[in-house]
Design a protein around this ligand. Structure first.
Ligand code: DAH
Length: 344
């Protein structure tokens, strides 16, 4: 009797499975035919009550039926799951163009700073650094800028105000020259350094004036460093930076921290010195100030007067960027317009 019932259950289960159309129906089917409380489950549980002879026969029959049904269940489940997928929706067109991942990058000025650093490091220079919030001493006094010099004026300098009384005045550095004295206080010549950095000027902005821009200072000091060294290194740098032959020109000038002082020009890299709108037909581009370090600056840093000689310059990185990429408005650099930034 029981044997017949097991065969019937198996056949019935297989038949019932054919009408199952949904996963929900399938789950109900599973409870009915394979669940722990199903008829087949109960038969298997009751095996312990039979004699060992019967147990063998009925047990193998019931387990066989269970296996057959479990197998049929697994196949039906796989078929239903596959049918439930909307293949049209899942289709991936591997030949369609991809969506570019937006990726940030270094600002043009930072890229150029790195390039400048690489060129100088290859000539034996070290890169030095200093604070953007600076004391009046390092920005002006140590550089022999007299107390009544107009550059200290509210017009040019962002002075910082503090509530509590202070011994020193603080400001946003107006040039990278402020790092000269800091470096010399802790180093003994000979040395050669460059100091790239951000500087601040309290002035009205227009296409060629900005309150925040970038410079790089150069300082080379030793026993007999001369203007010839200066000219050679400057020329080597510019030819490397612009990847072309560049002429340089020094014009006499004045800076409190150098004696003698020069204005430094290079032949126009756009027209090769022939004259164009960028160089205002002069064939020359003004790059920045330079000179032989004033002995008073050495003294302020603690060096004995007359012991060393050196040259220094402060050139505009922002200006070089404008020349290299023909950018006509300096305000674009720090303006935060991503359409500009993303071009580089
Ligand atoms: N500090 C000057 C400026 O920002 C530039 C300068 C001129 C730097 C002469 C120097 C130098 O080191 O020797 O206008």
């Amino acid at each position: 009797m029981l044997k017949a019932r097991i065969s019937t259950l198996e056949a019935e289960g297989k038949n019932a499975l054919k009408t199952v159309k949904t996963i929900a129906d399938l789950e109900a089917w599973e409870i009915k035919y394979l669940g722990r409380k199903s008829e087949l489950g109960n038969i298997l549980k009751s095996l312990k009550n039979f004699s060992s002879e019967e147990k063998k026969v009925i047990g193998s029959l019931a387990n066989g039926a269970r296996q057959t049904l479990a197998q049929a269940f697994a196949e039906t489940k796989a078929r239903l799951l596959e049918q439930s997928v909307d293949w049209e929706k899942e289709r991936i067109d591997v030949s369609a163009p991809g969506v570019a991942v937006a990726c940030g990058h270094l600002h043009l000025i930072t890229q150029l700073e790195h390039q400048i650093e690489d060129i100088f490091v290859s000539m034996g220079f070290t890169v030095a650094d200093g604070p953007e919030v600076e004391s009046e001493w390092y920005n002006f006094d140590a550089l022999n800028v007299s107390p009544d010099h107009p550059a200290r004026d509210m017009q040019d300098t962002f002075w910082l105000q503090r509530d509590e009384p202070q011994k020193e005045n603080f400001l946003l550095r107006t040039h990278t020259s402020s790092v000269q004295a800091r470096y010399m206080e802790t180093h003994t010549p000979p040395f050669r350094i460059i100091i790239p950095g951000k500087i601040f000027r309290n002035e009205a902005t227009d296409a060629s004036h900005e309150h925040t821009f970038h410079q790089f200072e150069c300082l080379m000091v030793g026993d007999d460093v001369s203007v010839a060294n200066f000219k050679y290194i400057a020329q080597a740098f510019f030819e490397n930076f612009f990847e072309k032959k560049v002429l340089i020109r020094l014009r006499p000038s004045f800076f409190p921290f150098t004696e003698p002082s020069f204005e430094f020009d290079i032949s126009c890299v756009l027209c090769d010195g022939n004259g164009c709108p960028v160089c205002k037909q002069s064939g020359w581009l003004e790059i920045g100030g330079a000179g032989m370090v004033n002995q008073k600056v050495f003294e302020a840093a603690g060096y004995p007067r007359g012991k060393y000689q050196g040259f220094a310059w402060g050139f505009g990185v922002t200006r070089l960027a404008m020349m290299k990429y023909k950018i006509s408005d300096i305000r674009l650099f720090m303006g935060g317009d991503l359409r500009f930034i993303r071009q580089f």
